[in-house]
Design a binder for this molecule. Structure first.
Ligand SMILES: *[C@@H]1O[C@H](CO)[C@@H](O)[C@H](O)[C@H]1NC(C)=O
Ligand SMILES: *[C@@H]1O[C@H](CO)[C@@H](O)[C@H](O)[C@H]1NC(C)=O
Length: 283
């Protein structure tokens, strides 16, 4: 049984039965916690491509938010420290449209130093560390377009966050999102193959902000409303019209045949167990 517990419930020290939930009425907490969105995993190959191709900070923000599958939006901020430039992406777990280091979760950072770029993942993404060469990319644009005199020369503003939330919500109902989910699935298999044990270990490095978030979602039952989960079952549920953005309601009947694997987890609909098959990389 201990092996069947998710990393987060181990950290939280919570009894497994709490995590099991009522499996007849939809996804269990464990099922939710195993999704990429709940864990804070993101397709960093696509983030890298978005970085290389974006010509403005708002374009980059928008693209990253379409790649990600979690409920919170991704906020970015960028700063300069001597010759070193850093751009960070955080999930806004407390949903207040600004980055709070203590309560939100950093997913990645892109660092430019000596004309070299590095994209490194944090927490559940910490298996990822990729170097790529010179190029002007987004940083040049950011610095020249910056009006800020504070420590950060770019930060997603609250007004932008509202726009991102709206855009992403409609995007999640589109076929473009289905294609993105396919790309995310392929990315995950590649990483599981090539990063192997580092991929598995990264899943245990949950930030305190995310631990709190997961505990809150568990105790409030908010995980049942998660778009990560509706999306996980999108192959069955899309026709029932619940594939929408965050806040969409999960209808019980849609989960009668809950067996999808969109969140890279193959769920079993077995009311006598905690209802899910542990993915190899969480072992
Ligand atoms: C986040 O806050 C916005 C309002 O600022 C609200 O519309 C949205 O439903 C909230 N999202 C979640 C997941 O609570
Ligand atoms: C889940 O969604 C329903 C319907 O939108 C809402 O009434 C309920 O408060 C939500 N539950 C949580 C815990 O967020």
């Amino acid at each position: 049984m201990a092996l069947a517990m998710s990393a987060s419930s181990l950290l939280a020290g919570a009894p497994l039965l709490v995590a099991c939930g009522d499996s007849s009425s939809g996804p269990s907490y464990s099922q939710w916690a195993a999704t990429d969105g709940a864990a804070g995993r993101i397709n960093l190959d696509d983030v890298q491509e978005a970085f290389k191709e974006s010509s403005s900070a708002t374009e980059f923000e928008s693209r990253v938010n379409k790649i990600y599958e979690g409920d919170g939006i991704i906020l970015i901020r960028s700063r300069q420290d001597g010759e070193r430039l850093t751009l960070e992406g955080w999930e806004d777990l407390d949903n207040n449209s600004q980055i709070d280091d203590a309560t939100d979760d950093q997913l990645f950072a892109i660092i430019k130093e000596d004309e070299q770029h590095q994209l490194r993942g944090y927490h559940a993404n910490s298996y990822y560390n990729s170097h790529f060469g010179a190029g002007d990319f987004l940083f040049t644009y950011l610095i020249f377009s910056s009006l800020s005199r504070g420590p950060y020369y770019y930060q997603t503003g609250p007004g932008r966050a509202t726009t991102i939330r709206q855009d992403r919500s409609s995007y999640r109902g589109s076929s473009g999102y289905d294609s993105q989910l396919d790309r995310n699935r392929q990315y995950t298999s590649r990483q599981q193959t090539f990063a192997g044990s580092r991929y598995q270990e990264a899943g245990r490095g949950v930030s305190s902000g995310r631990q709190t978030y997961q505990q809150t979602q568990r105790s409030s039952g908010g995980f049942r409303n998660s778009s990560s989960i509706t999306r996980s079952s999108s192959s069955i549920s899309r026709s029932s019209g619940i594939g929408g953005g965050s806040g969409s309601t999960i209808s019980r009947s849609s989960f009668g045949g809950f067996s999808g694997g969109g969140g890279r987890v193959n769920f079993r609909n077995d009311p006598d167990s905690d209802g899910w098959t542990r993915p190899a990389w969480l072992a």
